[in-house]
Design a protein around this ligand. Structure first.
Ligand SMILES: [Fe+2]
Length: 247
């Protein structure tokens, strides 16, 4: 069994320092790794990234993250990722990693993702160059996510994104903004590999649980949704939610 702690949208800045830390100190006893589904900072500054590194550094378990749209706000996403890597975190963007955990290989492919909407109500690559760029950005990210998932040789495979791959986990958000919250192309990428669990954030008013058309469990781990420092899911044990603990 592999136990994964997960959260997203932690939006760390100096005012948040210390808020997550007490629960994070408990991590080695309840989970084998921590996955963070983007929006690590409020405005994507190096200073905020340093706060994130302080709050989520040296946890005693591997920490794997993707960036979110907020982490791009100041056009310093490369520096933000660098600060987090210097603190020992793995930052994924269209690539993957395999962690050896108690004799099991956990594969994680991660990407920020992007918008575009869902079946029956999605943007299409037609008309203005700006619309083609918008849709093309999501297509390229989804393609890389799918390729990364399919390339990982592991016992349990997890997809980590900021944007949502399915509409079910957006329930609670205004329908009008669904196209800015995720894309069905991410769901197709997840379904193109034997993915065991898909984690995302971004939708603060969404719903925790959903499923891709191919049947992969999807969990919106946005902090305002799960209302605790992290949820714990388990893999290689039948029911991903059986390991849920309150912290
Ligand atoms: Fe976001």
């Amino acid at each position: 069994m592999i136990r994964i702690a997960a959260v997203g949208d932690v939006h760390v800045d100096k005012d948040v320092l210390g808020r997550y830390r007490p629960a994070l100190e408990e991590l080695p006893g309840v989970a084998d790794a921590l996955l963070i589904a983007g929006d690590l900072t409020r405005h994507g500054t190096v200073e905020e990234a340093e706060c994130m590194a302080t709050e989520f550094g040296d946890l005693g378990v591997p920490v794997v993250v993707v960036l979110g749209n907020h982490d791009h706000q100041s056009d310093q996403q490369d520096q933000v990722a660098g600060v987090l890597r210097d603190a020992g975190m793995t930052v994924l963007e269209g690539d993957g990693i395999v962690l050896e955990l108690h004799g099991h290989r956990l594969g994680i492919a991660g990407a920020k993702g992007f918008g575009g909407g869902f079946a029956g109500a999605c943007a299409s690559s037609f008309g203005e160059r700006e619309m083609k760029n918008f849709v093309g950005t999501t297509e390229a990210i989804a393609e890389r996510l799918g390729a990364s998932l399919r390339a990982l040789d592991c016992d349990a495979l997890v997809a980590l994104t900021h944007y949502a791959p399915v509409p079910e986990t957006l329930a609670g958000e205004p329908l009008e903004i669904y196209p800015f919250l995720g894309s069905y192309l991410l769901g197709q990428a997840i379904d193109s590999a034997p993915t065991a669990l898909a984690l995302h954030g971004h939708a603060h008013h969404g719903t925790e649980r959903g499923r891709t058309p191919g049947g992969v469990p999807v969990r919106n781990v946005s902090h305002p949704v799960i209302k605790q420092a992290y949820n714990v899911y388990q893999l290689l044990s039948g029911d991903v939610d059986a390991g849920l603990v309150a912290v």
